[in-house]
Design a protein around this ligand. Structure first.
Ligand code: SF4
Length: 446
């Protein structure tokens, strides 16, 4: 069917569709690519039909993510036909081309220039000074009031279940002034919450020996504590993700206690049993970690700890698993994600003896989730009656959906303000908690 009302093709801006899969870090990559394309006059299309080309930003972390990525590429080819692939799975160009020979170009993670060049080849940019304007904060795929701030790429660790270092290479930190300037422009553009991400946030700056750079006429070190302190002065909520319990992490807890950054630490512990941690090549003596968690909470009683764990890692015994449950009882982790071990293609853990049968993985996963639900429910119940600050994410005719300082978007719980329809996304208000379950809270504005 021809749309007789559409302007001639040559006068319209070329349109790019995007399918963004994977983790928040991949989302930041998508946002950067779109910002560049938008600045060149491309429009972003919300549907396959309208797009002149579709970008699929893939994830290659787990086998399930690889399958999802390949399926998404297939769908984009079926629906549109002109497809460029980028992201982590782009490292495996051969697999992509074998599965989907129609793909026009394949680029890897962070190859922003190559992706943009590939788009130019398929549909050249059309210069238009009125269309080319891009807001200074760039284009974000996340809602306007929060934004992810990527501080480094890659990782120096070699956890045996993970292929990220082979996909993304060793740690490369962004200069502190670049990170701060980006954060500042996001806040100026209305962002109320900055989510600091990287593969290993607490290792920030190790690769550049904590090099100083000039920001607002002073030297700022590329160091976790210095960056946290500077970000804390921008007037937005600052939330730290993917932090490892290195000793210097203790230094940021007072910043949380004084309210400069959010009292929230996302630390992917992955396990607690010493034997499993050793096989995973994870640093850390979990007994010392328990002591440190206690001392963090003594300094900052409102600290929310979020973590992820893997059950069914090769060699994990019932005793190891029980150790983990007991450790969780002690650690009182507030928010928890749990994965059943998946043998990711290329991960060294696949060669370890003692594969755990699928039904045992499932059974441990269920036990861990039930164990954690009881911990989480009790911890949230303790907040009933307290007045807390919340940030609003959505408002509809039934009320507002918000989050507390202890809830990261998309992964943690919500705070429901039933009937409160006068708020708007990004508002930060005080509310009294009136009810809680295992994951969410209900509150009334005060
Ligand atoms: S810290 Fe471990 S799990 Fe995280 S990216 Fe680095 S190697 Fe992978």
């Amino acid at each position: 069917m021809t749309d007789t009302f559409a302007p001639p093709k040559t006068l319209t801006a070329p349109k790019v569709g995007i399918v963004s899969l994977g983790c928040p870090k991949a989302l930041v990559d998508s946002e950067r690519i779109l910002t560049q394309l938008r600045s060149e006059g491309y429009e972003i299309s919300g549907s396959y039909d309208n797009a002149d080309v579709v970008l699929v930003n893939t994830c290659g972390f787990l086998d399930s993510a690889r399958t999802e990525s390949l399926d998404a590429i297939g769908e984009a080819i079926k629906e549109n036909g002109k497809v460029i692939v980028t992201g982590c799975l782009g490292k495996d160009a051969e697999l992509i081309r074998q599965t989907h020979p129609q793909v026009l170009a394949v680029t890897g993670p962070q190859q922003y220039e190559q992706v943009v060049n590939a788009v130019h080849e398929v549909v050249p940019p059309r210069h238009d000074p009125y269309v080319d304007l891009v807001p200074p904060q760039g284009l974000r795929l996340t809602p306007r009031h929060y934004a992810y701030l990527k501080i480094s790429e890659g990782c120096n660790n070699r956890c045996t279940f993970c292929i990220i270092p082979s996909l993304r290479g060793d740690l490369v930190s962004r200069p502190a002034n670049r990170v701060l300037m980006e954060a500042e422009s996001l806040v100026k553009a209305g962002v109320k919450e900055l989510l600091v991400i990287s593969q290993d946030t607490s290792a920030y700056g190790v690769d550049v020996k904590y090099a100083e750079s000039q920001y607002k006429g002073r030297a700022v070190k590329a160091r976790f504590l210095d960056l946290a302190r500077e970000l804390g002065q921008l007037g937005a909520w600052v939330r730290m993700h993917y932090v490892y319990p290195y000793p210097h992490v203790d230094e940021v807890i007072p910043l949380m206690a004084e309210g400069a950054i959010l009292p929230y630490l996302d630390i992917p512990f992955q396990h607690a049993a010493p034997g499993v941690l050793k096989a995973m090549k994870r640093p850390g003596n979990q007994i010392k970690v328990l002591e440190r968690i206690r001392s963090w909470r003594a300094i900052c009683p409102d600290l929310t700890l979020r973590s992820t764990f893997i059950v069914g890692f090769p060699g994990e015994t019932e005793a190891d698993f029980q150790y983990l449950l007991d450790w969780l009882t002690e650690a009182q982790i507030d928010r928890l994600g749990c994965f059943k071990y998946e043998p990711v293609k290329g991960a060294t853990a696949n060669d370890l003896p003692g594969a755990v049968p699928e039904e045992v993985k499932q059974e441990r996963w269920e036990r861990l989730m039930a164990h954690q639900q009881a911990i989480s429910a009790a911890r949230l119940q303790a907040k009933v009656g307290r007045t807390i600050e919340v940030i609003v994410d959505e408002v509809d005719e039934e009320g507002a959906v918000a989050r507390s300082k202890g809830d990261a978007p998309e992964i943690d719980g919500n705070v429901y303000l039933n009937g409160d329809t006068a708020l708007k996304p990004g508002d930060i208000v005080s509310a009294k908690v009136v009810h809680a379950d295992e994951y969410d809270m209900w509150a009334e504005r005060v």
